[in-house]
Design a protein around this ligand. Structure first.
Ligand code: HPA
Length: 276
């Protein structure tokens, strides 16, 4: 993505924001109820940002919610962009770059995912500890903008150890059995075959989905601290006794939404109030 396109959208977003939220949250499938946690919320449709990728799904327009959770100013994205819609990975990560340029220093990513680890059940919440980028490409491909981050960013700790420990502590205090694992990001939109799931398991994946990893890579490129959660919406293909179904994925997100919302609220309450 060229710098001018991103900066035009960023200027439009920052004008509408009028403040510098330090926290960003991206909502996954079925997790829209988390938006109800945001108080003093203002809606900024992504269609109001020049150069922002147009939504391909009618009725699912992207919207940034600017508001507060636990007195912390934050920016929440509902309606993320997926590569399978036909976008380049540079477009997929545009919302994260916009958040970073708006002042966000801590990014919380959420998604729905299929479970591979034998102990996982649909409805579990998983803390992402590490990832496999199987998108077949990098969102950082192309000229590097040195002002945004380094050409060769380190990925030793994509998901902040400090924030993971905070999440586990807050989950424990809420009696929530937070699972932990490695998330594999595949391009989709088709779900995996049972052979692909056996391959992913052999590679070390505990959960599989079609998002999150490009966003996490770019967030690290820009020096953000990242925390990410998967809602295990279904058992992966070949492990599940039934065929996979998008409605099931969305329903699982809705069912787990309140638990994830309570956890996110407790974590956000422990983050600094100001953008550094
Ligand atoms: N595979 C890939 N993506 C998904 C799945 C899955 O089983 N469930 C929810 N998103």
């Amino acid at each position: 993505m060229d710098r001018a396109r991103l900066e035009a959208a960023s200027a439009a977003l920052n004008r509408q924001l009028g403040s510098r939220p330090a926290i960003g949250i991206v909502l996954g499938s079925g997790l829209a109820p988390l938006a109800a946690e945001v108080v003093e919320a203002r809606r900024i449709p992504t269609s109001s940002l020049p150069g922002y990728p147009p939504s391909t799904v009618l009725g699912h327009e992207g919207v940034f919610l600017a508001g507060k959770i636990a007195e912390r100013e934050l920016l929440m994205l509902s309606g993320r962009i997926h590569a399978y819609e036909g976008y380049g990975l540079d477009e997929v990560v545009m919302p994260v770059r916009l958040m970073a340029l708006a002042g966000v220093r801590t990014l919380i990513l959420t998604n729905a995912a299929g479970g591979l680890a034998p102990e996982f059940q649909p409805g579990d919440l998983m803390l992402i500890e590490d990832h496999l980028n199987l998108q077949g490409n990098s969102p950082l491909r192309g000229p590097n903008v040195a002002d945004w981050g380094p050409r060769f960013p380190d990925m030793t700790e994509v998901y902040s150890r400090r924030l993971r420990e905070l999440a586990l502590a807050r989950a424990g205090a809420q009696g929530l059995d937070l699972r932990r694992g490695v998330y594999a990001s595949c391009p989709g939109p088709q779900y995996e075959t049972p052979a692909e799931i056996r391959m992913l398991r052999a590679l070390g994946a505990d959960a599989v989905g079609m998002s999150t990893v490009p966003e996490a890579i770019v967030a690290r490129h820009m020096g953000l601290e990242v925390l990410a959660f998967s809602v295990i919406s279904n058992l992966a293909a070949g492990i599940s006794p039934t065929p996979l179904d998008h409605e099931e994925v969305v329903a699982a997100g809705l069912a787990v939404g309140p638990r994830l919302a309570a956890l996110v609220r407790a974590i956000v309450a422990d983050l600094p109030e100001e953008s550094s």
